[in-house]
Design a protein around this ligand. Structure first.
Ligand code: ACM
Ligand code: ZN
Length: 762
């Protein structure tokens, strides 16, 4: 008995008393994003514990409830809701608080109290968000974390935003994401004091909001039939819209709907073709880009339709704005349309741009009559700006500068800094994106107030917005990978005074914020190991591979085919290989989480022998017509007899070429100048070299940007190739929107050679 009682405390000690808390280096220091306007750190800290009280006016109950629920999940503490002299968090509103914005607040943390005063409820909400970010990142956990001290450093904060409008746009038309996904984003945006959600609800590819007067906008407009037979659909009911608006408002996020006009309208016109210039019929655009068929500006019935739509949309939202689009409206149809031409004569409009301005201003009057004002993309400046419009400047800063000088409010959203659909690492190691390259650092460097504006004009820059266009975000949830962490930079541009911004410190704080995102199961971007840009690295003698990543995070790897984790070998220097190996390598975050894994097959090969026989200029081409979704299906195709041709088919002659699908197979010899390991790439379907499949894009979505690179050892001289060009639409980017050719790089070249610029023989 005695022995047993002695054993119990020992076991207790072993399992609990001596349990070592994991290291959490990302919790060191102050990690608030966006950085507060003014923060002073003092001695000591406040210990959040199971007896801590929270005291607030009843008007703040929704805010208190919101944060108490979060705190309970991660700490297990159910904070007592009552006044106390110490060990208490007090929340209050003081409308006379000395901060220059109603969103402002003060926060004082001492060892025995936390005191948050907001200039409004929104200020209190942001004070609480700051408090959450002073706690360890695990405060965002959905389950109790019990091996951590919930310490809040003693600070004095006086904080307020630089701009009132801090937004994110999500396109739900190219790829639909549901209400739960959007609610999750609203919670996350609110954590970082982003206060506008711009909902891009209609476009050429989908209509996604229920309009009771026009049911076919739902039954037809919100269902897209892709060329491969798959269906992409989604539509928010008015009940769901109201639910989201209320949900967002509780988190101080205003939801702004965008109903696109006069262009980007093909989904609506598929359902109601009578509101176009030609009368249709139409089906949704199933490729990306800009559609020539738009709303007819000469038909009064078109305005009646749009006004009825807007009349239904307006009361669903509490925002004072409706975004009416206005971007990328080709004028081709208007120029040919008798109704549009008659309108121009009747209204004395000299150019189609003035007709666009007429269109927007007519809609603007209706929106004003609904008690709201319009936001439009910067194209609405062309042909004369609508009197009360706010301009969203996306093509650069110029539109914003012009509008601000004309006394219009401006939201800066220039693509070069704030389009978060661009690549954030080497294209070869990232999922396909629209193009470009945009790191958090570049986004962070953006200043929304152009130097050209004087003080008075600059007041019209009301804020900033990041845009998430979803063409290349194929899976539900995929936008998260593009949004985070770059949206943190948007948050800080919009909130933090210029003098306080500091990129190096911001980058440090990202590490902590990512752990907060882990609490919400967010699929954020982690820099990938870069260096070798192919997942098949061939060598003839030996191979040396060097890796890096855009954040200089540590990397871990294995050579035995197992998945690397934080305990795997650390990458410290180039890796050398002299035998076949599977290398798996990942970037390691301070939290211990790894990036997606890169698997690289390292293969020893001897040079593929060159063809020594005589050959004659040109290559053989055989073809077939019809839609072939993969190479297996092509096996049963009826092919033409091969003919000799001297060049590959010219692609992208018409952007609609994919609508009459065909396949062409080219076969010939290309000649390489030296012996060694070549890198080869193509955006076309399949490339064989010397009878081996080298590039296989078959089955992939949207092959572009030459992402798929492979290596192959070739003896100098002629090598046989087979290139399959399949004219079909894959993922909105038809294969023939990319050049029909392939590229190779010799061991001594730095640039690729386009094989179509070389002599091909057969
Ligand atoms: C836009 O990116 N077309 C607004
Ligand atoms: Zn027309």
């Amino acid at each position: 008995m005695k022995k047993l009682t002695a054993a119990i405390p020992l076991a207790f000690l072993l399992f609990f008393g001596c349990k070592e808390a994991p290291e959490r280096p990302y919790n060191n220091g102050i990690n608030i994003i966006p950085a507060p306007a003014e923060l002073v750190q003092n001695e000591g800290s406040f210990n959040l514990n199971s007896s801590t009280r929270i005291s607030a006016d009843s008007i703040l109950n929704p805010i208190t409830d919101y944060f108490c629920a979060k705190i309970q999940k991660s700490t297990g503490y159910s904070l007592d809701r009552k006044e106390a002299a110490s060990d208490v968090i007090t929340l209050s509103i003081d409308t006379a608080l000395n901060v220059p914005s109603k969103e402002g607040y003060t926060l004082k943390v001492t060892s025995d109290k936390v005191d948050i005063v907001g200039k409004s409820a929104q200020g209190v909400f942001y004070g609480m968000q700051t408090l959450m970010q002073l706690l360890p990142a695990e405060i965002e956990s959905q389950t109790v974390v019990d091996d951590i001290a919930w310490k809040i450093p003693a600070v004095t904060v006086r904080d307020y935003p630089r701009f009132p409008y801090r937004g994110m746009m999500l396109d739900v038309t190219r790829h639909y994401n549901d209400l739960d996904f959007i609610k999750k984003q609203i919670d996350l945006l609110a954590m970082f004091k982003i206060n506008r959600f711009h909902w891009h609800l209609t476009d050429d590819q989908l209509w996604t909001i229920e309009i009771k007067r026009y049911p076919e906008l739902t039954t037809i407009g919100s269902v897209r039939n892709e060329q491969d037979g798959t269906v992409h659909k989604g539509c928010f009911t008015q009940e769901q819209v109201k639910e989201l608006v209320a949900y967002a408002n509780e988190r101080f996020v205003e939801v702004i709907p965008e109903i696109e006009l006069p262009g980007h309208a093909l989904a609506a016109l598929s359902a109601y073709p009578q509101y176009s210039c030609t009368g249709g019929p139409f089906t949704h655009r199933v490729v990306w880009g800009v559609e020539p068929d738009v709303y007819c500006a000469g038909n009064d019935a078109t305005f009646e339709f749009l006004q009825n739509v807007l009349t239904e949309v307006a009361p669903l939202f509490t925002s004072p704005y409706i975004h009416i689009g206005g971007d990328e409206c080709p004028k081709d149809r208007w120029i040919e349309c008798p109704k549009c031409q008659a309108r121009m004569r009747a209204e004395g409009l000299k150019t189609p741009f003035e007709l666009q301005s007429y269109f927007v201003q007519r809609i603007e009057k209706h929106v004003n009559s609904l008690g709201k004002s319009i936001i439009g993309w910067d194209e609405i400046l062309e042909g004369g700006i609508a009197p009360s419009a706010t301009i969203m400047s996306w093509r650069g800063l110029e539109g914003g500068i012009t509008a601000a000088r004309a006394g219009h409010d401006v939201i800066m959203s220039p693509g070069d800094w704030l389009y978060l659909d661009k690549y954030q690492g080497a294209a070869e190691v990232e999922p396909v994106a629209i193009g470009g390259y945009l790191t958090p650092e570049k986004t962070y460097s953006f200043d929304p107030v152009p130097a050209e504006l004087n003080e008075q004009e600059a007041k019209h820059i009301i804020g900033v917005q990041a845009n998430i266009w979803t063409e290349y975000m194929y899976e539900p949830g995929a936008p998260e990978y593009f949004i985070y962490p770059r949206i943190f930079a948007l948050a800080e541009i919009g909130w933090t005074p210029l003098a306080v911004k500091d990129y190096d410190d911001f980058e440090r704080r990202i590490d902590n914020a990512l752990v907060r995102l882990d609490g919400h199961d967010v699929n954020y971007h982690i820099p990938m190991p870069e260096g070798p840009l192919s997942d098949r690295m061939v060598f003839t003698d030996s191979l040396r591979l060097g890796f890096g990543n855009t954040r200089d995070y540590p990397m871990v790897y294995t050579l035995d085919g197992t998945t690397p984790d934080k305990t795997s070998s650390r990458y410290t220097d180039t890796l050398c290989f002299d035998a076949d190996t599977t290398l798996k390598i990942a970037t390691l975050l301070p939290s211990g989480k790894t990036s997606r894994i890169r698997t690289i097959e390292i293969v020893k090969e001897s040079l593929m022998p060159a063809m020594k026989a005589e050959s004659t200029p040109g290559m053989l081409m055989k073809e077939t017509t019809g839609l072939y979704l993969d190479t297996t299906a092509m096996k049963d195709a009826k092919w033409s007899d091969p003919v000799v041709v001297n060049e590959f088919v010219k692609t992208r002659v018409e952007s609609t070429d994919y609508k009459t699908p065909w396949v062409k197979v080219y076969e010939g010899y290309f000649e390489v100048p030296e012996s060694g390991v070549y890198t080869v790439t193509t955006d076309q379907y399949v490339l064989y070299i010397d009878g081996r499949p080298v590039i296989v894009n078959d089955g992939k979505v949207a092959t572009r940007h030459l992402l798929n690179k492979k290596t192959i050892a070739l003896e100098s001289g002629k090598h046989r190739f087979t290139l399959i060009v399949n004219n079909r639409n894959a993922g909105g980017w038809p294969y023939t929107w990319s050049k029909a050719t392939f590229f190779y790089k010799s061991p001594s070249q730095t640039e690729f050679t386009d094989v179509s610029n070389t002599t091909i023989t057969h």
